[in-house]
Write a protein that binds this ligand. Structure first.
Ligand code: NAD
Ligand code: DAU
Length: 353
């Protein structure tokens, strides 16, 4: 049996990756390590919580002693590292937490893996540290620039992207300095079920449903490249098993939208699914002060992944958005639990030390 640690598995993308691995690989033991910050929610994993090949461990990736004992408990073969502070607006208000979790947390995880793997009889053979990063490390494109490739120079602008860029460098440094087998992927904006409703798509779906205003930063002209989260999880599975050690792969949807056009699609879809007349919620659009340092455009060139490993997004955007809006409308209880803060209290009680 292989023992795989997935960090941040109670978050948005992590929960999809944990579910995929637990269901697809019964001979793997999946250890989900998550601190359960405001963004971590075990309700995202209710369907697999009792699977025999799954263990949840509440813990902080910044706590090296905790990590050393975790690696001493399980003969870990691989790490898929997603745990992070992930919201740009929060990073603007509180950059230190982002440096702590994203940089120091990643470093602690690398150090624990190094300690453990260097003591094993077969050393680094058949081990892998797979780090999940973002397209934001490449900076911002202008409208007429070509897409980000794996060789685009790093140029992060927000405290979030600066912390992710720094963590990427540490991961590569552990390969170059100690010979640790590592992989890094940089992905574009994900959307789909279980995304914390401070991010654009779930926040706006919920606001449209409740007739609340939709705060569009600036003119809404910024461009993002959207990928359905299950396609990202599928890419990670492929790369974890077939990617070349020390390589970087870009993952993206080839699916660019200005925020304002995307918001119009969300309004139309929610109104239709709720049986409202066309245009009912258009008046909710409210232009507000722009995000500081708001990157104009992100767009990923995922050609390397397609050519080398045969991955492509499986869903058309229209299909993905329809599925996503339906999911949020059908899971109002999930949303209410978060917006009422009920789940945080519940888990604090359940896992208090
Ligand atoms: P998320 O905020 O939904 O989840 C993050 C998870 O990490 C939560 O479960 C949280 O409890 C956990 N966590 C935070 N700090 C921790 C700590 N100190 N120790 C242990 N666990 C901790 O994030 P997400 O959107 O699912 O993103 C996951 C990863 O993917 C991040 O590394 C992010 O940078 C990257 N990424 C996200 C996107 C996107 O569009 N969401 C795109 C590209 C890359
Ligand atoms: O590109 C990948 C990144 O995508 C990930 O690394 C991040 O973890 C993830 O949060 C996401 O970052 P963004 O900043 O692009 O996502 P967000 O959903 O916060 O915003 C998407 C766009 O919508 C962005 O241009 C800002 C804008 N926006 C966002 C919110 C929350 C608004 O106009 N109004 C809003 O209220």
């Amino acid at each position: 049996m292989k023992h795989i640690i997935i960090t941040g598995g109670a978050g948005f993308i992590g929960s999809h990756v944990v579910r995929l691995f637990v269901n697809k690989y019964p001979d793997y033991h999946i250890i989900n390590v998550d601190k359960l910050t405001y963004a971590g929610n075990l309700a995202n994993l209710k369907d697999i919580a009792n699977a025999p090949n799954y263990t949840f461990v509440k813990g902080d990736i910044c706590d090296l002693d905790f990590l050393l004992s975790l690696f001493a408990t399980y003969p870990v073969d691989g790490v898929i590292h997603l745990a992070a502070e992930s919201h740009v607006d929060r990073s603007i208000k509180d950059p230190f937490t982002f440096a702590q979790t994203n940089v120091m947390g990643t470093l602690a995880l690398l150090q624990a893996a190094k300690n453990s793997w260097e003591k094993r009889a077969d050393g680094y053979a058949n081990k892998l540290f797979y780090h999940i990063s973002t397209d934001e490390v490449y900076g911002a494109l202008r409208f007429d620039d070509t897409l980000f490739t794996e060789t685009t120079k790093y140029d992060p602008h927000s405290p979030y992207s600066a912390s992710k860029a720094s963590s990427d460098h540490f991961v590569r440094a552990f390969h170059d300095t100690y010979g640790m087998p590592v992989l890094v992927t940089n992905c574009s904006n994900n959307y789909g079920p279980y995304q914390f409703p401070e991010k654009l798509i779930p926040l706006f779906i919920n606001n449209i449903r409740h007739g609340k205003s939709l705060p569009v930063y600036g003119k809404g002209e910024n461009v993002r490249d959207w990928l359905f989260v299950e396609d990202h999880a599928r890419a990670m599975d492929l790369i974890f098993h077939q990617g070349k050690v020390a390589e970087t792969y870009n993952i993206g949807g080839f699916n660019e939208w200005t925020n304002i056009d995307l918001i119009k699609v969300l309004i139309k879809t929610v109104d239709r699914l709720l049986g409202n007349a066309v245009g009912t919620s258009d008046h909710l659009i409210t232009h507000v002060t722009d995000r500081s340092g708001h990157d104009l455009r992100y767009a990923i060139d995922a050609t390397k992944l397609k050519n080398e490993l045969g991955w492509e997004p499986s869903l058309q955007f229209e299909e993905g958005i329809e599925k996503t809006v339906k999911w949020y409308l059908d899971h109002q209880d999930w949303m209410d639990n978060i917006t009422s803060g009920a789940y945080e209290k519940y888990y604090q009680e359940m896992y208090k030390k």
